[in-house]
Design a protein around this ligand. Structure first.
Ligand code: EPU
Length: 420
């Protein structure tokens, strides 16, 4: 198993490019199921989660491959018989596999998808996905750990989500595009990735309005065609790179981002004392040696993203003053805290809130990643810590960051991947 070895203390300088967005790529790959023929996607990040989604699609009988290991192009062909089933073995490695549920029931009238269990960051039920599909007329049964959904023909309906859910909004949207009649979805997630999925579906011939707001209206159509599309940049990876600049006291331009998707983070980095400037489609972060503490409350987009909470906590652990970080999306997303303690951080958890007292410096130590964003947080802390930090269980990192250590190394970090 690989680990990442960092010798901290280098200020990062230079330019780096964000990859395509994981959380846009996953639903978009699943949406290929909605049309016969081959869809072509560009700017698809080379991530373990993307490989898992391609595998889920292949298991069903799709022709789903990356063109070659070195390209960002993936093709998904839906040309023959499809077995509308996502098995436990795959869903347990990536819960986003559940994104095939909506497209399968809409297109093939039947889906059998393993129920994702809880995960390291929370219980993460899918009741809202199921509520939405039921509102469109699907029959849903839970048997032997599987969700079985059937519907001869989905019908438009009204879906009022009780909880704002990103993949729930995406799943129901993918089902509604082929339902008969009009669907009104309320209290939808407004994340840019939801909007991006709607853009792709509309290119395929769907009629979706309002994606990116909390009310989405969909006029069902009889069929969709395959699509060619380049995935939008990953705002969380880009944000992680900006925080890398910030925590190291560096000056880095993160190129090819959508700056307006990153407003909440940029506002907090500025409040902490970074100078953030927009350069075309890039964001530059220039940071002093020590930043000021800022408070953070995670909320749904356009609020501060939960997927940046762990990284900001690493930054706050070496800022001046006390920062209060409230996690409102997932009930167990502080698993990085005990590991940050090992590096010398002073953090106290009180329910959904972490109180971070900034310390002057961290000192390197072996630490263990517990989930994707926690692993990014530990790497960021390692960039600042004196001495050597070994981050193990790097498979979490590889689920959502494309060669992060190479990107950081190109900016001047002393970081490498080693076989543990
Ligand atoms: N929730 C329910 N019922 C549901 C669905 C969600 O109660 O049916 C709850 C969840 O338990 C959670 C909250 O609603 O407390 C929000 O969860 P959401 O459904 O929005 O999360 P998700 O769709 O499973 C996506 C991202 C996550 C990201 C969250 C929140 C993908 C593939 N995943 O997950 O990404 O943290 O939205 O923004 O889009 C990551 O990339 O590290 C990651 C975890």
């Amino acid at each position: 198993m690989d680990k990442i070895v960092i010798k901290g203390g280098q200020a990062l300088h230079g330019e780096v490019q964000a990859s395509g967005a994981k959380n846009a790529a996953l639903p978009i790959l699943a949406s290929a199921l909605l049309a016969d023929g081959t869809s072509i996607y560009r700017n698809v990040p080379a991530l373990a989660d993307v490989a898992t989604m391609l595998k889920v699609l292949r298991t069903m009988g799709c022709d789903a491959e990356r063109d070659s290991e070195t390209t960002d192009v993936c093709r998904v062909g839906v040309n023959g018989h499809i077995t509308p089933e996502a098995p436990y073995d795959l869903v347990k490695t990536m819960r986003a596999s559940v994104l095939v549920l909506g497209p399968l029931v809409a297109r093939f009238g039947r889906a059998r998808v393993s129920m994702p269990g809880g995960c390291a960051i929370g219980a993460r039920p899918i009741d809202q996905h199921l509520k939405g599909l039921k509102a469109l007329g699907a029959d849903i049964h839970l048997t032997e750990g599987y969700v079985e959904a059937t519907a001869k023909q989905l019908k438009g309906g009204t879906v009022n989500f009780d909880v704002i859910t990103v993949t729930g909004t995406e799943n129901v949207m993918m089902a509604a595009v082929l339902a008969k009649g009009r669907t009104l979805m309320e209290n939808c997630a407004r994340e840019p990735e939801v909007e991006e999925l709607a853009k792709v579906l509309n290119k395929m011939g769907a009629r979706i309005e309002g994606a990116g707001t909390s009310s989405i209206t969909i006029e069902g159509v009889d069929g969709l065609k395959p699509v060619e599309h380049a995935i939008l940049p990953d705002r969380i990876e880009a944000g992680t790179l900006l925080v890398a600049a910030a925590i190291s006291g560096g000056d880095v331009l993160v190129k090819r981002v959508v700056p307006e998707h990153m407003d909440a983070l940029v506002e907090k980095l500025r409040e902490a004392g970074c100078t953030i400037t927009t350069e075309g489609s890039g964001l530059r972060c220039k940071a002093p040696q020590r930043l000021d503490a800022v408070n953070i409350t995670t909320t749904e987009h356009p609020g501060f993203p939960t997927d940046m909470q762990a990284q900001l906590m690493a930054l706050m652990s070496v800022s001046q003053g006390t920062s209060v970080i409230s996690e409102n999306i997932f009930e167990n997303r502080f698993m990085h805290v005990p590991e940050l303690h090992r590096l010398g951080a002073d953090i106290t958890i009180q329910g959904p809130t972490a109180v971070v007292k900034g310390v002057k410096g961290l000192s390197g130590a072996p630490v263990m990643a517990t989930d994707l964003r926690a692993s990014a947080s530990l790497i960021l802390a390692g960039l600042r810590a004196e001495g050597r930090t070994d981050v193990s269980r790097v498979y979490h990192l590889d689920r959502g960051y494309e060669r992060l250590e190479r990107k950081l190394s190109a900016l001047g970090a002393d970081i490498r991947r080693e076989k543990a």
